[in-house]
Each structure stands twice: as structure tokens, then as C-alpha cells.
Design a protein around this ligand. Structure first.
Ligand code: GLC
Ligand code: GLC
Length: 812
């Protein structure tokens, strides 16, 4: 069952009912100012950092679901309604929400009045712009009142949600004309404030929440709105808000339009005040003036769309499969931008006050983003590397505002260092810019111990190479990619964090998965060494990689007979082996070892993937492990804490499904690679939205596995490494257009019935027009013709002197 449909021409998902199974959200903003917005106008806004600079308040896990947002109320006689249905939930005659690329549109119609809202964050300003158009479609004159409403957050969202003894006394506002200013804590150490304004004279306003809502009321029935009259309240402590009232007369057929702007302003410390305790509003007024007419707003909206036209023009596919075209050309790349910006910090399921930027998460997000804006990827790599420790270890997370490592969670995750190689290699393969390797980069943000990025990579690889266990496999530390495989933790008390309790290292617990990463990224690191002329280092690394390859295939170490072992616990016992009672097989080492090429020559690769199909496959995707853990295993940690079928305990953890799909392309099985791709692909799961529940245009983190009560139900939408890895899978492995250090390689692996297709790829400033004749083949390039000349192999040598290159591929 569907709750809407794709409009590919406008790059929109059109939601036809406000009653979606979960709030279906969108992200506005792509630089520093961000808004999350749901299909009923719920959501929140922040500047740079969802924890430290939160502009508006949101209440997670509240009832009714998704209650705070940026609302417009329309009072027409005794009827009060919202264009997005919530929070009054007054039945609408018509409703539509269109989530587009960086904007959302709402249409609500009630009793002959139509309201259209367009909301977006302009490309170059720290504000959110909402254009509201009200139209009288009836045959009589209408006298209506429009009310706006936002609730301010007192900046630090964490403190805001718990330190009430202080916070109920600090709130401060100013009002000038139609502009309402939120200036809590500005009198002391903050030099930023927020403003909410409308480009028309207002009848009245409110800035105190109690005056607007009325005692014991809520946003669904605000007293001042029901009374038709705001009270001009000035907040003093408690909860400051911003609400405007506009009284509007509309003749039959008449439309009126209003522009609301919610902005963030920083002033220089010496220029904070206009007069005693009166804030300097000049920059705010300049900002508001940039969006005070429809024409200016329309131009800013066009600029936003132009920006996305350019970004989404870098990789496009034209195939006979609409769903693939739609995901590749629009939604998958869009989600890659969002995950790059947010890491795992702020969504409807990540509260923005817990995790900041994840070290491994951001390195992987970059893989799907780097072709869009390589300069930002470059900056991100340097930021991430700057949090690394001198011995090569890494902080697991860092805060986006300060860019400093987060000591609460600290370090010790065995896989983290290798992801830095993954991100850096992807950047150089995309851009050819090897100068990044010469950049001087601090350790733990201390510039006095800076070394080149190349040296950081050497220490990344070296750390894993020198931290091995009894089987010469990499030590796992607190966990590897699977944050919940906590083999050194041994926690028995409720409330102890699985990620920080117990020793951060143990000499015994090993990860086969990290072994696969070691092969994959060890090889990529060795290629970078070659690029820099470091032949000795390259040879040394390749020798280590070859040794690891043997260890992984050895039935006394990495190999279990039918598949790869997952790990060894701190007692030296196998995890993910036929010898185990529960958790006999895990997805991660099968996917990653094979995509790294391990076992492709011995037949073990194929065997491992066949085992995945036999033991882990479901119609909704491939599960992370089987059989699920039914009891808590203190020696395994959080993985066994979830009820069977959820999250890391046998859920379908979408992130690693593309690893399996990529692995299938490595051994040439296009049918199976695509089958795995389809199972979690939003354009396909749209049809089962009532089961899947999360947004049908983007990936979610986890789908409940076969053991779960709600098998097939998705959770934790938007912020997941699935976005990047799936884009890598479909664009680089299935469609096969893969950037190498020397140039673009074209080597597709598609299902037998996929048909001919073409890809347009802008790469290092050159446009490649690639057409593929499939001939029913799943893999194999029979002929590669570049500008009319046949060439050997699959790599098109990079030639900067050309503007466009015509590439013909004949498979077979
Ligand atoms: C979450 C984390 C990611 C981790 C994964 C598996 O998505 O953000 O870092 O690899 O879970 O545990
Ligand atoms: C929890 C989550 C896991 C996530 C981790 C990050 O363990 O279950 O998915 O990766 O937190 O800290």
C-alpha cells in the first residue's frame, strides 16, 4: 500500500495523506543552517550543531506523535485549521505535501480557502524561508486570521531538555515591527540570536508560550488562536515563542502572499548592542530585506534548484528501469548529501544531543558524496584526520561545532583507523588531487604534533597491522563496524554503556571483518604509496595484506568451512561459526571479505555468498546474523541485548546489504547482486509502505528480521551508511562506472534482463557519455571503444585536454 507517489519530473515525493505510518520528513539546508520538516510541518531547526546551537524546540517520543514544528494556523469563522493538518488535526478538504530536493511544499484546502506553503533554506543565507499563499476559492468574501507559531529552544538542546531550574528564568525576547527576536543568554556569553519575521504589518504577536497556548492547552488548541486574538505578550523566563497574527480579507478568487523568515544571526562581540541591552539588529534587518518580496523569494528558490540541477548532473543513468533511474538520479544522491551533512547526529530518531559526527560514519558517508562537492569532502577528511591520535587510533565521534574528539565515548574501536584510508582513497580516485596527502594535519587537534595526511594513513594502517590477536587477526577493541559486538566489555549491570564499559582493548578478541577491511583498504593504501613513489612502504603493505588474505582463508583462523567466521571472543572462542549454538553466521565478513577479493580464486568467495543466501536471506533483505540470540551473552555484549530480529541481533541492517551486493558483482553474479539491491531499495519498498512504514524515498537503518514480530518494518530512517554504500554499489559496481587513480573504469555487472543503458558522468571536469550494449551478459567487457578507438582493459585513461568523451561498451 502506498501513501503517495513519486513525481520524477519535479524530483518530488508527493504525500497524499497526513496520516502516514510515521512522520515522513525532509531536510532543508545543505551547508550550516538546517531544518528537519515532516509531512505535517513538524520538525526543528539548528545552526551547524544540533546539540549546541538549536533554534527551535522539538519533543522526541511525545504524544501525539510529532507535535512541535513550525505551524501556520488559519482561523476562518469558528474553524481553525493548519495547511499541514497538524497540530489541530482539523480534517482538510484537500491535503498534499511534496518533499523535494532541499524544499517542501504543502497544500491545504478548507471551506473554500486554500493555503500553499513553500519552505526552503536558501543556498547562501542562514535562514529558513516560508512563502504562504492564501487563496479564496469560494464565491464569498472571506475574513480570516493567519497565525504563525514557533517555540524557541534555549540554544543548548541537551541543557534545554533537563536544566529547568535555570532555564525557566533565562528566556528573553525583543519585538520590533513584525520581527520577533529570541535573545536568551545574549546578555552574557552568547553573541548570537534568532529572529522570526513576516514581510507584512501584523495585528498582534505573542512571545510567551503560556499566553499563546493558554494554561493546560497545547499546540493543537492554542487559546489565543481559538479566541482569534494574540495578546502581545513579552516573554520573561519560562518558554519564549514567536507567533504572529495577520488579519486578512480575501475577495472571491483573490490570493495574498506572505513571506516568513526564521534566521540565525551572529554579531561581533564589540558590536553586540544597539543601546543598553538592546541587541544590534542591523544584520538581521539586512537578512530580512533579502527575502521581503515574492520576487526575491522566487529567485532564491530558483537558485536552490539550479544548484541541485548541477549537482545531480554529475552522475545520471538512463535505463529501462524507472526505479533505478529514480534512485540513482535523484533520491539516493540526495540522501548521500544529507548523511554527509548530518552524520548520525540529527534525525527523528537521532536526537541531535547524543552523537555528533561519527569517525567511521563520516568516512563512509563521504564515499557516496565525494563526487558531488569534492572540496567539502577534502575539508571533511582533514577534520576527521585531525581528531586521530598519534598512535593511529581514532576518537569514535567528534562534535561538528568544535571539531574536537568526543571524550565521553573515546576511542578503541578496532575498525575506525582503516575507514580514514577508505575516505581518502575515494577522494583521490575521484579528483586526482594527491596534494591532500601532503597537507599537515594535527593529531588530537594539537597542531604542534602535526604530520602529513600520508603519515596519518601510515599510522592508521600500522595500528591495525600491529594490533593482532592469537590468530594474527586484527584485535576488535570496543567493537568494529558492528558497534554492538562488544567482546571485551563483559557488562552485567544495567545502564553500563556497552560502548564504553570494560577495557578498550583486549589481547585476545579478534575481528575477521576487520581482516577483510585490512585487505580492501590495505590495497588502496598501497596504491596511494605507489602514487607517492613510496615503493618500499607499498611492498611492505602488500606483504601484510597477502598474509592477512591467507589468514582469512585459513580454516584455523578466518574460515569456518562454509563461510567466514565473524570473530573470536575474549576467551578465544569463535563467534559466527557452525560451532556456535546461536549466531552461527554473520553477514559482515562474508560481504566485506568477498568485496575485498578474498577467496575469489579458491571458490571460498562463492561459497560464503551462497551461505548468505541460504541462511540470511529474507524477502525484505539480508539479515545481519542467524540464528538470532535468544539469551543475553555477556561475552558478546549489546548484540545479544536486542530482542531477536531487531537491530544488530538478526535485523536486516541495511548498511551491509550493499556489501553483499557488491561482493556478488565481484564474482560476476549480476542477477543476484540486483536481487539484493532491490530488496531494500525504497523505490521498490514503496509498494509495501504500510509494512515498511518509514519514508519510501530514502533508506532507513534497519528493517526487522524474520525473527521479529513485525518482520519487514523499517526503523531509524535517513541517517545511515546505507545511503553512501548503496550509491557506491549501484553506480560503481552494478552500473560499473568506477573511479580509479588512473581514470574512470567501466565494468558493469547487471541482471541478465537489464537491457542496454547509458550513463553520463562528469569526472575531473570531463564529461563521459557512456553507452552500454548488454547482450544479455551479467558481466564482462568484450569491447571498450573510446572516441571511436578500441582500447584494452576497462580503464579509460584520463585526458584533461578533452571536454567530452564518448564511450561505447559492449558486454559479453
Ligand atoms: C550504526 C552506527 C554505525 C555502526 C552501525 C552498526 O549505524 O552509526 O557506526 O557501524 O550502527 O552497529
Ligand atoms: C547503539 C545502536 C547501534 C549504534 C550504537 C552507536 O549501540 O544500537 O546501532 O551503532 O549505539 O553508539
Amino acid at each position: 500500500m502506498k501513501f503517495g507517489h513519486f513525481d520524477d519530473e519535479h524530483r518530488e515525493y508527493v504525500i497524499e495523506t497526513p496520516k502516514t505510518p510515521l512522520p515522513w520528513i525532509n531536510y532543508l539546508g545543505s551547508k550550516e543552517f538546517f531544518t528537519l520538516i515532516s509531512n505535517t510541518c513538524g520538525g526543528y531547526t539548528f545552526y551547524k550543531d544540533a546539540k549546541l546551537l538549536r533554534l527551535t524546540r522539538y519533543r522526541y517520543n511525545d504524544v501525539p506523535m510529532d507535535i512541535n514544528g513550525k505551524y501556520f494556523y488559519i482561523k476562518d469563522g469558528d474553524t481553525v485549521w493548519n495547511p499541514g493538518w497538524k497540530p489541530t488535526q482539523t480534517d482538510l478538504d484537500e491535503y498534499e505535501c511534496r518533499h523535494g530536493i532541499g524544499y517542501s511544499k504543502f497544500k491545504g484546502v478548507k471551506n473554500g480557502v486554500r493555503a500553499d506553503v513553500l519552505t526552503f533554506v536558501p543556498v547562501n543565507d542562514n535562514c529558513e524561508v516560508s512563502k504562504l499563499v492564501v487563496t479564496n476559492d469560494s464565491s464569498e468574501e472571506k475574513n480570516i486570521s493567519i497565525f504563525s507559531y514557533v517555540e524557541w529552544c534555549l540554544w543548548n538542546a541537551d541543557d534545554d531538555s533537563r536544566n529547568f531550574q535555570r532555564n525557566f528564568s533565562t528566556g528573553e525576547v525583543e519585538v520590533k515591527g513584525s520581527a520577533i527576536y529570541h535573545k536568551t543568554e545574549y546578555r552574557e556569553r552568547r553573541n548570537h540570536y534568532a529572529v522570526y519575521s513576516v514581510n507584512a504589518p501584523i495585528t498582534a504577536f505573542d512571545t510567551a508560550r503560556d499566553s499563546f497556548l493558554g494554561l493546560y492547552h497545547y499546540a493543537g488548541n492554542p487559546e489565543a488562536v481559538l479566541n482569534g486574538k494574540l495578546t502581545n505578550s513579552m516573554a520573561s523566563g519560562w518558554s519564549p515563542i514567536a507567533a504572529h497574527q495577520l488579519d486578512v480579507t480575501l475577495k472571491p478568487g483573490e490570493s495574498k502572499s506572505y513571506v516568513f523568515v526564521l534566521g540565525y544571526i551572529e554579531n561581533p562581540v564589540e558590536d553586540k548592542w544597539e543601546s543598553h541591552n538592546v541587541i544590534n539588529k542591523k544584520p538581521a534587518e539586512a537578512l530580512l530585506a533579502k527575502y521581503d518580496t515574492d520576487a526575491k523569494v522566487d529567485a532564491a528558490f530558483a537558485e536552490l534548484n539550479d544548484q541541485w540541477d548541477k549537482l545531480l548532473n554529475i552522475y545520471t543513468v538512463d535505463s529501462s528501469n524507472d526505479k533505478v533511474n529514480r534512485m540513482v538520479n535523484i533520491w539516493n544522491q540526495y540522501q548521500c548529501m544529507v548523511t554527509f551533512n548530518m552524520s548520525r547526529s540529527a534525525s527523528y530518531y537521532e536526537s541531535g544531543i547524543g552523537r555528533g559526527m561519527g569517525f567511521r560514519d563520516s568516512c563512509q558517508d563521504l564515499l557516496g558524496f565525494v563526487h558531488l562537492i569534492p572540496d567539502r569532502a577534502r575539508e571533511r577528511i582533514i577534520d576527521i584526520a585531525s581528531t586521530q591520535f598519534e598512535d593511529g587510533r581514532a576518537y569514535h565521534q567528534y562534535q561538528p561545532l568544535t571539531k574536537k574528539g568526543n571524550s565521553d565515548i573515546g576511542s578503541g574501536f578496532g575498525d575506525d583507523p582503516l575507514w580514514l584510508i577508505a575516505g581518502t582513497s575515494a577522494y583521490i580516485r575521484e579528483t586526482g588531487d594527491a596534494t591532500i596527502l601532503d597537507e599537515m594535519v594535527p593529531f588530537d587537534n594539537d597542531a604542534s604534533v602535526a604530520q602529513t595526511l600520508m603519515e596519518h594513513l601510515r599510522r592508521s594502517f600500522g595500528y591495525v597491522d600491529t594490533h593482532r590477536g592469537p590468530h594474527r587477526l586484527p584485535l576488535i577493541g570496543r567493537a568494529d563496524w558492528n558497534d554492538c559486538l562488544n567482546l571485551n566489555c563483559h557488562s552485567t549491570q544495567p545502564g553500563e554503556s556497552f560502548q564504553t564499559f570494560g577495557p578498550s582493548e583486549g589481547p585476545v578478541a579478534e575481528s575477521v571483518f576487520i581482516g577483510g577491511m585490512f585487505v580492501k583498504y590495505g590495497n588502496e593504501y598501497a596504491d596511494l604509496c605507489d602514487l607517492k613513489g613510496l615503493t618500499d612502504e607499498a611492498a611492505k603493505v602488500r606483504a601484510s595484506v597477502a598474509e592477512m588474505n591467507e589468514i582469512l582463508l585459513d580454516s584455523n583462523a578466518g574460515w569456518d568451512g562454509e563461510w567466514f567466521v565473524r570473530a573470536y571472543d575474549s576467551y578465544g572462542n569463535k563467534v559466527g561459526s557452525k560451532e556456535c549454538e546461536e549466531g552461527k553466521i554473520f553477514i559482515e565478513p562474508q560481504g566485506f571479505c568477498v568485496l575485498a577479493g578474498v577467496g575469489t580464486e579458491t571458490g571460498q568467495a562463492q561459497k560464503a555468498l551462497d551461505s548468505v543466501k541460504e541462511h540470511l536471506d529474507t524477502k525484505y533483505g539480508v539479515m545481519i546474523l542467524q540464528p538470532a540470540y535468544t539469551v543475553y551473552h555477556e561475552e558478546l555484549g549489546e548484540v545479544s541485548s536486542y530482542p531477536p530480529g531487531y537491530k544488530e541481533n538478526a535485523g536486516i541492517f541495511c548498511h551491509n546489504n550493499p556489501w553483499v551486493s557488491i561482493a556478488e558483482t565481484v564474482i560476476g553474479r549480476g542477477d543476484r547482486a540486483f536481487e539484493v539491491y532491490k530488496k531494500t531499495c525504497p523505490a521498490y519498498t514503496e509498494e509495501i509502505s504500510e509494512i515498511h512504514r518509514t519514508e519510501p524515498y530514502i533508506y532507513c537503518q534497519m528493517v526487522a528480521g524474520a525473527d521479529a514480530k513485525f518482520h519487514g518494518e523499517g526503523k531509524n530512517s535517513w541517517l545511515t551508511g546505507t545511503a553512501a554504500w548503496t550509491f557506491v554499489n549501484i553506480s560503481q559496481y552494478i552500473l560499473g562506472v568506477y573511479p580509479t587513480l588512473k581514470g574512470l573504469s567501466v565494468d558493469p555487472c547487471v541482471p541478465a534482463d537489464f537491457g542496454d543503458f547509458s550513463v553520463k558522468r562528469i569526472y575531473r571536469g570531463v564529461e563521459y557519455d557512456i553507452t552500454v550494449k548488454q547482450n544479455g551478459a551479467q558481466k564482462g567487457v568484450k569491447e571498450l571503444i573510446v572516441d571511436g578507438a578500441k582500447i584494452d582493459g576497462t580503464v579509460i585513461p584520463y585526458d584533461a585536454s578533452k571536454k567530452t568523451v564518448k564511450v561505447e561498451v559492449v558486454m559479453g
